[in-house]
Design a protein around this ligand. Structure first.
Ligand code: AMP
Length: 406
């Protein structure tokens, strides 16, 4: 049995066991997943996170006696609430895995323990961990109660790895046999590669609403990237700082100075920062879209990168050997402001196997999927906050907890 795989984060190298290295025969396995999926009318509206864990679940089912799956969903604030039940996730999982899935009425307690002991149940989904405030408090007794349900601990919840919660952090200490699921390992392999030996040219696309969410990421990536393409709402803070008229576009006025500092830091690292040179703008109601070059009229909002900017960004993408994309470059939920994100997604897809493309964050994954090219990129990450924290150079509690010998 090998020693494990290595995660290279900012804190150094962490050795973690992969699922192949864990002895699962005849064992009860606790699997932490991230089934925190959007729901609509009592059904799973976007199953990507659930579907991404299927290879791990299938492998455990093949090898182990029993699998106890646990997740959080939404923010029920420590109280049981039907609207945050994992029942829709159970229904979806049962349909795609084609095995009976028992939904336990809770995640700890005598009834759950009885269900887990029941020989005929092989796949048990615990009810929402966050129905107990002890989960987010990383409570020791709650961690112990969860750990008592199984003999091996596997974490596949990359999307929640930045949370120091009982099921992510505290409970792992109770297991000698613990490791990462296939999804967790895949996510960490891609991110470790970005941090340690990115293929060059390495281009990062950043978009989304706010600069303030991405400051740490920009600073940590500057020594590693060749070009940074900035679009979306966050671009307007940079543009305003440079004296460009931005009309009523999104802006963080308290970050103008910081934007100038980041531009200077990028220049010091010889990193090209590309900012939009034209925009698709809307009126105060986000209607009547038109293309605006350079200065945006006082009564209009910049809602997408313009065609010239999109072409320029696509040229950079086509030259890249590695691309990380976090944050849509426009208000992609509302056509026609999705055109910029769509053209970047298509350029990435055209790169095909010549370029490693990593799409991070729910909105960006949604934009790439909506462009119909989800299958043409290398990796649709299931992590939003977790990816950003990793890229900022923070050590994720969920990774630390899996460390061999911890
Ligand atoms: P974030 O969570 O920071 O990645 O932001 C994603 C959100 O930013 C999405 O809902 C986008 O619609 C939105 N967004 C991107 N560009 C713009 C823009 N120019 N104006 C308003 N919202 C935008």
């Amino acid at each position: 049995m090998g020693a494990g795989f290595i995660v290279s984060d900012h804190a150094g190298e962490v050795m973690i066991k992969s699922i192949d290295e864990l002895a699962l025969d005849n064992k009860v396995v606790f699997l932490r997943v991230d089934f925190n999926v959007p729901l609509r009318d009592g059904k799973v509206a976007e199953p990507h996170r659930i579907d991404s864990t299927l290879p791990t679940i299938r492998q455990i089912l093949r090898r182990a006696k029993k699998i106890v799956i646990a997740s959080h969903l939404g923010r029920p604030d420590g109280k049981a609430a039907p609207k945050y039940s994992l029942a829709p996730a159970r229904d979806h999982l049962e349909r795609v895995i084609q095995e009976p899935v028992v939904l336990a009425p809770d995640c700890v307690g005598a009834e759950v323990e009885r269900l887990v002991r029941e020989p005929m149940h092989r796949l048990i989904l615990l009810e929402n961990l966050r129905f107990h405030k002890e989960e987010e408090a990383n409570d020791a007794a709650f961690s112990k109660a969860l750990a008592a349900l199984a003999e091996v601990y596997i974490n596949d919840a990359f999307g929640a790895a930045h949370r120091a919660h009982a099921s992510i952090s505290g409970m792992a200490a109770f297991f000698k046999d613990k490791g990462a699921g296939l999804l967790m390992q895949k996510e960490l392999d891609y991110l470790s590669r970005l941090m340690t030996k990115p293929d060059q040219p390495f281009v990062t696309i950043l978009g989304g609403a706010k600069v303030s969410d991405k400051i740490g990421v920009i600073r940590n990536l500057l020594p590693r990237v060749n070009a940074l393409l900035i679009g979306g709402g966050m671009a307007y803070t940079f543009l305003k700082a440079q004296g460009v008229e931005i009309g009523k576009s999104l802006v963080e006025n308290d970050k103008l100075q910081l934007a100038l500092e980041l531009l200077a830091e990028a220049a010091a690292h010889q990193v090209a920062i590309l900012l939009p040179v034209d925009h698709v703008t809307g009126d105060a109601n986000k209607q009547n879209a038109t293309t605006t070059v350079a200065m945006i009229p006082a009564d209009r909002l910049g809602l997408d990168i313009g065609p010239k900017t999109a072409g320029w960004f696509c040229d950079e993408i086509r030259k890249a050997k590695m691309v990380l994309w976090n944050g849509p470059v426009g208000l992609f939920e509302v056509p026609p402001y999705d055109a910029g994100s769509r053209s970047l997604a298509q350029a990435l897809a055209q790169n095909g196997a010549n370029c490693v493309s990593i799409i991070a964050g729910g909105d960006t994954v949604a934009a790439v999927t909506a462009a119909g090219v989800g299958n043409a990129v290398s990796h649709l990450s299931t992590g939003g906050g977790a990816t950003l924290e990793f890229l900022e150079g923070k050590q994720l509690p969920g990774i630390k907890a899996l460390e061999v010998n911890s």
